[in-house]
Design a protein around this ligand. Structure first.
Ligand code: ADP
Length: 254
């Protein structure tokens, strides 16, 4: 569905991405993991058409991406910057539907369904400041779901909440993905999160960035914060990804 082919990106004489290629298949959960500063945000911006790669190409369903494609929904790390503080929950979720040529009743149905998916039906008339950080990020997720994208792109979406909330949001996104069969690409620097959530992990090197390895996790579904993380395969995968990331750090230091 999403294809990233030989993408490089330079900012003046700083080469952030050197040569990145991988694909995301329909209904897959792919995590892109790499150390801070390795170009994850740059890559996401290239994938979503917000930034033009210096060389290479990004395509979705075979069509080149040159501006934000309607097939994509985005969820960012900073929910405070994503939500309008003067709009209540339902208006925030409705926002991207305003300009779609669909009947008002369908718009309302989509908002109701999305709020149900993130278990916020009872908070439609609350304002963002009346909600916890995790709840605000659920509003941002509902907004992306109501738009009904084919693929959800998430940039460190759980990095601004506490550990307990982070685990709850991870499980929520797995549940939603499973229920509506969405394709998800999530960028994170958290190795455990990448192993826990994904079907495949794309491990990046430090900048100038290459794909170090693509790993299939093959962990059973449904995943569980305790039992999945107790599995020997989970430990092996986690150690393997850690080694890959450390290896690139040491090869740079040498
Ligand atoms: P990450 O999201 O993995 O932390 P980024 O994509 O933000 O990485 O950055 C990758 C590299 O590109 C870093 O060295 C960063 O300093 C550089 N960079 C990012 N954005 C810009 C920009 N607009 N201008 C110049 N350099 C940039």
């Amino acid at each position: 569905m999403l294809d990233i082919r030989n993408v490089s990106k330079s900012y003046g004489n700083i080469q952030a991405l050197k040569d990145v290629s991988f694909s995301v298949h329909a209904s897959e959960f792919v995590c892109v993991v790499g150390p801070s500063g390795c170009g994850k945000t740059t890559l996401l911006k290239c994938m979503s058409g917000l930034l033009a790669p210096t060389t290479g190409r990004v395509s979705i369903n075979g069509k080149p991406v040159s501006s934000p494609p309607p097939e994509m929904g985005m969820v960012f790390q900073d929910y405070r910057a994503s939500l309008y503080p003067w709009s209540n929950v339902q208006d925030n979720v409705m926002l991207p539907l305003r300009h779609m040529k669909i009947p008002k009743s369908e718009r309302e149905d989509r908002v109701t369904r999305a709020l149900k998916d993130v278990r916020l039906e009872g908070f439609r008339r609350h304002y963002p400041w009346q909600l916890s950080g995790g709840m605000q990020q659920r509003v941002a997720i509902a907004r992306a779901l109501a738009y009904q994208p084919q693929i959800l792109l998430m940039d460190e979406p759980f990095a601004s909440v506490d550990a307990q909330t982070r685990a709850e949001l991870e499980d929520l996104i797995l549940e939603v993905k499973h229920k509506i069969g969405k394709t998800v690409l999530l960028v994170t620097h958290d190795i455990d999160e990448s192993v826990y959530l994904s079907d495949r992990i794309v491990v990046l090197t430090r900048s100038p960035t290459l794909v170090r390895e693509i790993i299939s996790t093959n962990l059973p579904h449904p995943r569980h914060q305790i039992t999945t993380k107790e599995l020997p395969e989970f430990g092996h995968l986690r150690a393997h990804v850690y080694r890959l990331i450390n290896e690139t750090a040491h090869s740079l230091a040498a």
